[in-house]
Design a protein around this ligand. Sequence first.
Ligand SMILES: [Fe+2]
Ligand SMILES: [Fe+2]
Length: 193
Amino acid sequence: MLGLKLPTDPRWVNIVEKNVEFILTDHAYCEQKATSTAISLIVSFPEYTELVQEMVALVKEEISHFKMVHDKILENGWVLGRDRKDEYVLKLITFFPKGGSRTTQLVHRLLYAALIEARSCERFRLLSEELEDKELAEFYRKLMVSEANHYTMFLGFARQYGDKNEVNEKWQNLLDFEAKIMADLGKRETIHG
Ligand SMILES: [Fe+2]
Ligand SMILES: [Fe+2]
């Protein structure tokens, strides 16, 4: 359903379980970055009215996810740590050439966002199914549903604003590229690591 070409090795969950504090910190920043991305799309593409409206709703939802994760960190008696580089995202966003028309740039950013949501959703699903801690598993199940909706929304906007065939081809190529990045990942206790 998510179209991803390489599923995460379920053993990644065993790595995560050994360091819940670390994954929650990383996860909190994923939600913060999702919020920042939505704001940045509003600022960069204000004339896309429908997108702006949806991004306003998304900002609220993603910052509420940030709070959910932050509350979880506090519940455990921890304090939010510093952000770390997300190697996965940094590699992913090198795929499309820079520049091009505004529409092209918008489509590329929407496709990146769709893919990051899809992979996050896949990772949350795995956590919801495999975590021994059933409370934490339920926490991830709820978030998985939200991220699946975001994936659909971003991909839908890309197809709406760009040329549909071209967008579909770009999406398939991006999925292939992402699978190659993923082949070296799944070994660290981060959401995309
Ligand atoms: Fe989120
Ligand atoms: Fe999201």
